[in-house]
Design a protein around this ligand. Structure first.
Ligand code: MTE
Ligand code: MO
Length: 537
């Protein structure tokens, strides 16, 4: 019988090690700890989704970890891991919690309540994490406390069963498994399986609730945006050159790059949203979502770019935005003399510092945007309201989930990324990119070389392409809706067999040539000409 042989083996090992706690028992104890820990975590998450989404401990601890890490490490993670940085961080937090839970099980077996203390320590970290979140409430610690209680109750009952299954025996005891020990084994393993299954259900339910049943998603789905009072001219047919592999002129919402610091996307019910304009103003202004929608909205096509975009990178996208000009609200607030910056703040406490003169410039459509490509903003792109400022990198202008504008000065205030080593001001650098052909092997003959170039708010006047060390050839330029967007370009190339290097450079509407100076994204955006090598067969 399996259990007997196993038990005998345990006894032998125990005898040779002259300890009275049998070794495999340690692993069962660790399993008990891990199972209890998983149950605690999944219940905490489920309860959080039910009562207080901000109170989910793993995400909160992950965010606290980020805020405690040195800036260099955060930037390094953002750079090297890209979009995977958050799943990796969350997985790391979870693995650490489970490892510590295993230890809790081991300690609890040795001495009652000691394992429970380990859980209390974990819970203290979890609660610290949720309280540190800016959107925490009185309810935020509740999920972690419930999780702690559940984990500890399960741990004590598993430990009790384990102790009955593997009683500390004297070495000369009869080594046959007694009927009590085999029923204790069954009840231990039964509870492990039961708790495991319940945890799986809780995990699925918690995540499903998090994804689907939030009021904001429902409100968003029900929302019908008003038509614009000032419509954008339709996108000219010639804006898209229709070349395979070339980025479309308008980026679809679900293709649009996403960059933010949020582990849990802020979920804002538009009924509860309002924006306050405070700071150096004559009149503080507060506007609700309904009042914002009642304003004469304008449409505008603008290309957003992330300062972290590398030469040739894809952290850039173009959309038709619907919103209300920020300058109109600022005019109502009447900034005081001396102010030169607006610090916008999001619901999750991200901040961006934007020059006041850019936001008040009547020639620049800086918007409080509510719509993106004919839909309400997607939740992850800032629902219900975000900023869009043509010509500035996102980190100094494009605050999503925006709830406050503080009129202030660059001397007095700074945005989220500035102390992390990024420039306080972030005009977008003139750039161009080759989309097709891709690096690799292509067939000889006529090849369409094509891509996009951008110099938001100035415009692109010329794009040139160089094959190997040949001369610069002027590319065909597509139409645009205006200077605030990128521009497609195309050059037809008679490709001959061999290895070739293709390089692109753009000139803006002020006749400024794109810099060939190679610069990393930090502190104020990458520069250098995009170049690819292809093998022509
Ligand atoms: N609340 C909030 N808004 C934010 C950010 C953020 O981290 N939090 N990131 C900014 C940065 S760095 C960029 S590039 C743009 C990206 O907007 P997108 O995700 O819609 O493409 O959002 C900006 N707005
Ligand atoms: Mo960004």
């Amino acid at each position: 019988m399996g259990s007997r042989a196993h038990y005998g083996g345990v006894h032998q090992k125990a005898a040779s090690a002259t300890t009275n706690a049998a070794r495999p028992t340690l692993w069962w104890a660790r399993l008990a700890g891990i199972v209890s820990g998983v149950a605690g975590l999944t219940i905490a998450d489920l309860v959080a989704q039910l009562v207080s989404p901000a109170g989910s401990p793993v995400a909160a601890v992950g965010e606290a970890v980020i805020s405690l890490l040195p800036a260099d490490l955060v930037n390094w993670g953002k750079d090297t891991l890209g979009a995977a940085d958050k799943p990796i961080l969350l997985a790391t937090v979870a693995v650490v919690v489970l490892a510590v839970s295993g230890l809790a099980g081991q300690l609890e077996l040795r001495r009652r309540s000691v394992g429970g203390l380990v859980y209390v320590l974990l819970a203290v970290l979890g609660i610290a994490g949720v309280i540190l979140r800016s959107d925490s409430s009185l309810l935020s610690p509740v999920p972690t406390l419930v999780g702690l209680l559940v984990a500890y109750v399960i741990l004590t009952s598993l430990t009790a069963r384990l102790a009955r299954w593997h009683p500390r025996r004297r070495l000369d005891d009869d080594d046959r498994a007694s009927p009590t020990s085999s029923s204790a084994r069954r009840s231990f393993l039964g509870l492990v399986i039961g708790v495991g299954a319940a945890s799986a259900v809780a995990a699925v339910a918690g995540r499903a609730l998090a994804g689907a049943a939030n009021a904001a998603a429902t409100a968003r789905a029900a929302l019908r945006l008003p038509a614009a009072a000032t419509k954008a001219a339709p996108v000219p047919a010639g804006a898209d050159l229709g070349i395979a592999g070339l980025t479309p002129y308008i980026t679809a919402n679900d293709e649009f790059y996403r960059i933010d610091t949020a582990l849990q996307v802020p979920v804002i019910n538009p009924d509860e949203w309002s924006l306050k304009i405070i700071g150096m103003v004559e009149n503080e202004v507060e506007i609700s979502f309904v009042d914002l929608l009642a304003k004469p909205l304008v449409e505008h096509v603008a290309t957003l770019t992330c300062v972290s975009n590398r030469v040739g990178g894809d952290l850039v996208g173009n959309a038709l935005w619907l919103g209300y000009p920020i300058r109109e609200l600022l005019a109502q607030a009447k900034p005081l003399p001396g102010a030169d910056m607006v610090l916008s703040r999001s619901d999750d406490d991200f901040t961006a510092g934007t020059p006041l003169d850019v936001l008040t410039d009547p020639k620049r459509q800086a918007l409080l945007a509510v719509g993106m490509n004919g839909e309400p903003l997607p939740i992850e792109h800032g629902f219900p309201v975000r900023m869009v400022v043509p010509g500035l990198y996102g980190y100094v202008s494009a605050t999503k989930w925006v709830v406050e504008l503080k009129v202030t000065t660059f001397e007095e205030d700074y945005g989220y990324w500035t102390p992390l080593g990024w420039s306080a001001r972030g005009p977008i650098k003139l750039a161009s990119r080759i989309d097709t052909p891709r690096r690799g092997t292509i067939d000889a003959g006529t090849v369409a070389v094509a891509g996009v170039a951008w110099a938001q708010h100035t415009g692109i006047s010329k794009v040139e392409v160089k094959i190997d060390e040949g001369g610069w050839q002027t590319a065909e330029l597509a139409e645009i809706t205006g200077a605030d967007t990128w521009r497609q370009w195309h050059l037809s190339w008679a490709a001959t067999p061999g290895d070739h290097t293709i390089t692109v450079r753009a000139t803006d509407a002020n006749q400024m040539l794109q810099s060939d100076q190679i610069a990393e994204p930090a502190p104020d955006g990458a520069s250098g000409w995009h170049s690819i090598t292809v093998e022509v067969r």
